[in-house]
Design a protein around this ligand. Sequence first.
Ligand code: GTR
Length: 421
Amino acid sequence: MKHLFLISTLTFAATVATAQNRPDVNIDEAKVPKFELPDPLVFEDGSAVKTPDDWKKRRAETLGLFANEMYGNAPTAAKITSKITKTIPDFMDGKALMREVEVYLVGDEAGPSLTMLLITPKSVEKAPTFLTLNFSGNHTVHSSPEITIPTSWMRMSGDDKKSGRVIKNKAQESARGFKVNRWPIEKIIDSGVGIATIYYGDIDPDFDDGFKNGLHAHFGKPDGPKAWGSIASWAWGLSRAMDFLETADGVDPKKVAVFGHSRLGKTSLWAGATDERFALTISNDSGCGGAALNRRRFGEKVKRINTSFPHWFCDNFLKYNDKENDLPIDQHQLISLIAPRMVYVASAEEDTWADPKGEFLSATLASPVYELLGKPGIGGLSEQPAVNTPVGETIRYHVRTGKHDVTDFDWEQYLKAIKSL
Ligand code: GTR
């Protein structure tokens, strides 16, 4: 009998071998443990947050808890310098202006820098603009041969290796345009909206290198368990990119939306929480360490993420492996840090690893903070909406059909959100 059971388990694993179907990962709603969440509107000393002024103090307290216990503390920013290294005035049949900008992150050309691809519509004098990080290089988001291929260390999946898109962790010409399905740039430009994108590895390479590369190397290895992890460094890089956008021709700096998918969705949330210049924060399928509630222990859990990606968070976060209830915060409070600015949390129905329901709950449970600040939040919604039915006002949410990905449906909603700013 035992033997038979083993065989059937193996057969099952072979046919639907996705991470979320591993036996140690719960994707059964009935098995979600009972838990109590910290109240965003109660100070650590137990007193109530009653006014917008109280919230300012509670916001600082909450931000400190996330920095010390989860993402880590970033160093104070120096003044950036920048150089426009390429300009194409008639990009996309003349509809757009394309620029490549080198942003020197600590104001020193010999120091760390990122390369921003900035495409703005010519139909608008100052366009609302998406600021985004990409996984595979700026040259993958559009097929133009003008886009410079990054030289920084590049993550390499088995597929990248096989196809030759990345060789020895260096990006290759053959990857040009291969991610266009996730980046509807033509539609964005036709809507009078701009887009800036940066290869995230320009800021810090995505591996556990003991602070030897990227920004971390520049600042040196800080002591202690509260030092920034990679998510905090990517978010810090987004803020430096924003320093540039504040001065860029063709961009409305009051209408910049920070967008990211998956680990970069975790990053956009932390960027939106730490930098109040972002008018809209978009989390696409960010899951654990992003919008999903830790205490639900559904899909990817704290221990799993700390084991697979030890460099993403600060060392203090390790304390909460299998001890989510000990966390002084949960992810609805991350969303609340964005208040009263607009936030969009998006999930995908089949993305159980990222816990769509946990993402929704975070969005809705942040609503009282928005209401305290005079904004409508998610509009009193407590039940997760039906698929493909966007809801909310200043907090917006949808769960679309399909998998962990970025689709045209997602972008249609983000365009509506940015246009409503
Ligand atoms: C997964 C990770 C997720 C998500 C994703 C991604 O392996 O478990 O938290 O971040 O990677 O960013 O692609």
